[in-house]
Structures are given as structure tokens and as C-alpha cells.
Design a protein around this ligand. Sequence first.
Ligand SMILES: Nc1nc2c(c(=O)[nH]1)N[C@H]1C(S)=C(S)[C@@H](COP(=O)(O)OP(=O)(O)OC[C@H]3O[C@@H](n4cnc5c(N)ncnc54)[C@H](O)[C@@H]3O)O[C@H]1N2
Ligand code: MOO
Length: 399
Amino acid sequence: MTDPACSVDEHRARVLEGVRALDAEVVPLADALGRRLAADVVADLSVPPFDHAAMDGFAVRAADVAAVPVSLPVTGAVAAGDEVTPLAPGTAIRIMTGAPVPPEADLVVPFEWTSGTDPVEVRERADAGRHIRFEGEDVRAGDVALAAGVRLGPAQLGLLTSVGASTVPVRSRPRLAVLSTGAELVKGHVPDSNSPTLVAAGRDAGADSAAFGPAPDDLAGFRTLLAAAAEAADVVVTTGGISAGDHDVVKAALRDDPAFWFGPVAMKPGRPQGCGVLVASDGRRVPVVTLPGTPIAAYAAFLLYVVPLLHALAGTPWQPVTAPLATAVKAGDRTVLLPAVVEASGAVRPLPGHAGHSQRLLAAADALLVVPPSGRLVPEGTSLEVLALHPRPQEGLDG
Ligand SMILES: Nc1nc2c(c(=O)[nH]1)N[C@H]1C(S)=C(S)[C@@H](COP(=O)(O)OP(=O)(O)OC[C@H]3O[C@@H](n4cnc5c(N)ncnc54)[C@H](O)[C@@H]3O)O[C@H]1N2
Ligand code: MOO
């Protein structure tokens, strides 16, 4: 009998079908850390905003100090924050770092090259332009300071502030609702581990995520929570209730809806899968991905299908990440997901002792290795897709 299961790629394409990016939003810079620019930001202000001294010293005309030593009367002093002071020919002005350079001056001579007194003896010559930072030499007003798509970190927030931006257009952060299902969870017989894992995985992928479950195994109770999740979110992920059991509530509630598909995917773990679309009361099209309940299968399928979907909603390109195998791996007759560590070289090595459903092993892994079906031995060095598990258990700062 041929396997009716579709491939991982086919299911990924089905989950992504018809998904459009959410509209961008405008946020204050203070809330923009980690967000991606939705449009180019054009500089309102030049950086630097005016010609200013790069050293503490004397503003002079280069022509007046062409032959050294030379003595010049000091006619004034200007500090950062002061108005610009005019400079008469044959004179010098004491100037502090950051202060506006007089328009008549074209050189700042550092104190160290002078007597520091009034009149000042300039002892070393220098060319015009030395120790002046010119208006717009870094960014010119009207130029693109940062391009659409850039992720905003500390340096980008500083640059945007310097070019006069106080708010920025950023790509929307998709709202993700995680709805676990199962009477055993509602009754407390089994802790609901899918909710915290998938809420965290959603946050890690840039979503605003929240748990709506666990939902009971009765149709009415599940439908109420599903509708609430679709009203509050841009994408809903359910876990459990989609295989062949008597109480598989997700499948029972949605299988007759023509906007839904349920079926096997040729992957291990995570063979039962499903997806579809709900329409919220305001007409929004809300994609729903119905993941299997088994914790490893749910997490693996989230990384394979929901993370690309979150990228599509955010308008951020998604590419599978690949890494070379540190050791040969036996492929199966369907895609196999193996908990693995990423070695210092960047190569990926499956953890020993894999038995299919170990949450303990998953918690020790850096990544899930995606081994496509071939039935053959995949040689060391072959580049395969990897699903990174962030943060790596042994890395990073607390908090
Ligand atoms: N006759 C068949 N039975 C099963 C098939 C099949 O093809 N034919 N597929 C198996 C596979 S593979 C998987 S995976 C599971 C998926 O089933 P469901 O998605 O319906 O999941 P449940 O039955 O609700 O739960 C499975 C398992 O996982 C535990 N679970 C569920 N949710 C959570 C949660 N939030 N936190 C922690 N643990 C959870 C649940 O208690 C069950 O032990 O179906 C196989 N059966
Ligand atoms: O493949 Mo299921 O995902 O056995 O756990």
C-alpha cells in the first residue's frame, strides 16, 4: 500500500497558502527595540547637525597658521551648546569639543599643539579641515538613514534619534493564540506542557503570544475557546485532538469545514496534522494550524509550519536554516526530526539515545535536525535543514 501522507514541504505550502502580511504600525522609538522597519527612514536632520570641533583647542583659519610657530590673539571662547561665534582674520577662538565651529574657521588646533595662553602660540601646523566634524559627513538630511527590513537594535535606535525620528513604521508583530486541548489537561492528570512551550516559541519568533487553553474535549467548550482565540489573534495554533481517537475534538469540530484540511504528513514525530482558516467577526482571515498533541511532535511541527507562517504575517522573509552533518545519519521512509547539538564548527550532531518522544532529550538539544526521507545513509558533511531551539541550553545571559 502506498503511503497517502503528504510531504513536509507540501504541508508547509498548504499552511502558507493565501497568507498576507499584516499592515505595518507606527510606534514610538522607545517601543521599537527588536522590531523590523516597515519602510525606509529618511533623515530629517543631518548627522552631525552642524560643523563642530572634534577636539578641545583653538578655532583658526589654516592660512593664519601656515607658518609655525605663530602667535594669535584669542578673541573669545565657545563651548558645546553655545551659539556660533564669528572669527576675525588673524585671531583664534578657544573652542571645546562639540562646540559649533565659526564659519570663518577651517581648522581646530588641539590645546596640545599650542601654548594654551592668550595670545596663543600655535606650534604645529595642520591642514584645513583637521579636527572638525562637518555637518552631514555621516548622514545627510534627505538621505535614507535605515532601509526597510532592518531589525532595530541599540545602535539603530541611536541613529534614528540622531536623524530626528521619534516614531518609526515597523512590521506588525503577529498575535498568536495557543489553544491546547484534552480532558486530561483540564482535569490536571497531565500538565499542559504544550502551552508554555509554544507561547515561548511564538515569542521567540517575534509574535505576541498567549495561551487560551486547555480546552475540554467537548465540542461546545472547544468551539467557544476557539472563537475567542480567533477574535483575539492573527493566528491560532491548537494542539491535540486530531488523530483517530473517539475524543479528537479539534478534528470533530473542524473536519466538515471546507476551509480545513486534516491528514497525515510523512514526518516523525508529528504524522497527524491539519490547518485551515477561520473568519473573525470583523472579517479578518485567521489562519489556524492544528498540531498534534504529543509535546515533541507539537513543538517540531510549530517550528516547521508555524514559524514560517509568523514570518509571512510579519512580512519578514523566511528561509530554512541549514547546517552540515557532523556524522552520517540513517534516513527513514519519512522526514525524521532528531534532537541534536550544534558543534563549535557549526556542524550538527544528533544526540544519542533518541527514542522519539523524549522531552528530556529535547531540553538538552540545540536544534532539531530535519532528515528528509530516502531510506539511505546520509553522509557526514551533507547540508540539512535545522530548526534552532532558542536559546541554546548552555548559552546566553540570564533573564
Ligand atoms: N489510531 C491512530 N492513533 C494515533 C495516530 C494514528 O495515526 N492513528 N497517530 C498517533 C500520533 S503519531 C500522534 S502524534 C498522536 C496525536 O494525537 P492527537 O493530536 O490527537 O493528540 P492527543 O491524542 O490529544 O494527545 C497525544 C498525547 O499527547 C499528550 N498531550 C496532548 N496535549 C498535551 C499538552 N498540551 N501537554 C502535554 N501533553 C499533551 C496527551 O496526553 C497524549 O498522551 O496520536 C497518535 N495516535
Ligand atoms: O508521530 Mo506522533 O507525532 O507519534 O508522536
